[in-house]
Design a protein around this ligand. Structure first.
Ligand code: SF4
Ligand code: SF4
Length: 252
């Protein structure tokens, strides 16, 4: 959802004084500007801006459809067209760079069908998909979902493996899905691919993943209150001290 932009034909905000801009040089003027069209209105924006950066540079506030801004959360699915190209392209607004003449339309939210299910009543085979997402059997293997995926996942392939009841392969192929929903809005069979992937991951985690002795050991230690002294210490720490502790931790 976009709020509060100006409504002139082509706005060039690089001419405004004293305002920080994306792609600013030492002289506070972006080196190269391009024209993009946001909801049909033209704006001059820095050539190296992301779609999200360009929308904000143009004066809009993104109230919905933005999250981590790093390409991980999948909240900022967007569609755009390029000049001289009939295709509707898809991408994440926070990681896709603008191009001159782009026609942009930010998607605030992608509604999708998400039935409730009891994982304990499902089996880790094709019957789970037959029961919860029977529409996957309407897949016509057009591969449109794969072409729409900003994560470059083989989306059609994981729908096909789900149809064969291969839980592990479906989990594996959909593992890096960020649930942006762009595959679902392009699917002619109205399949919500990312929810199918989530079901596969849940089934795999519950029924098929090998047990981790390390995890079991750690859970036992927690039940035995082995770390309670440290927890209590942390609960009494200030925000700044907690931050220092977090960033100074050992990590791979
Ligand atoms: S599989 Fe679909 S929901 Fe997941 S990242 Fe790709 S396009 Fe987005
Ligand atoms: S877009 Fe839909 S119908 Fe086409 S391959 Fe993907 S899941 Fe199947």
């Amino acid at each position: 959802m976009l709020m509060g932009a100006n409504s002139v034909k082509v706005m060039d905000k690089s001419k405004e004084k004293g305002k920080k801009k994306i792609g600013d040089t030492a002289r506070n003027v972006p080196e190269e500007m391009v024209t993009v069209y946001i909801m049909g209105k033209g704006y001059r924006v820095p050539a190296e801006a992301t779609i999200m950066g360009a929308i904000e540079y143009a004066g809009y506030q993104i109230k919905r459809g933005a999250g981590c801004r790093e390409g991980f959360c999948g909240a900022c699915g967007t569609v755009y067209k390029l000049p001289g190209d009939y295709k509707i392209h898809t991408g994440l607004a926070c990681t896709t760079l603008v191009q001159d003449g782009m026609l942009l339309a930010q998607l605030p939210f992608i509604p999708n069908e998400k039935p409730a299910y009891d994982i304990d009543s499902l089996l880790p085979d094709v019957t789970a998909f037959q029961k919860v997402y029977p529409e996957i059997f309407r897949c016509v293997a057009c591969n449109t979902c794969t072409k729409a995926c900003p994560q470059d996942l083989q989306v059609m392939d994981y729908i096909q493996t789900a149809m064969r009841g291969d839980i592990e392969k479906t989990m594996d192929l959909s593992f890096d899905c960020v649930s942006c929903g762009l595959c679902a809005i392009r699917c002619p069979a109205e399949i919500v691919q990312f929810n199918v992937g989530i079901l596969a991951k849940r089934l795999y985690g519950k029924y098929l993943a090998p047990e981790s002795p390390e995890l079991g050991q750690r859970l036992k230690e927690m039940k035995d209150k082995k770390y309670n002294t440290e927890y209590m210490e942390m609960k009494g720490m200030s925000y700044e001290d907690l931050k220092t502790l977090y960033y100074d931790r050992d990590s791979e």
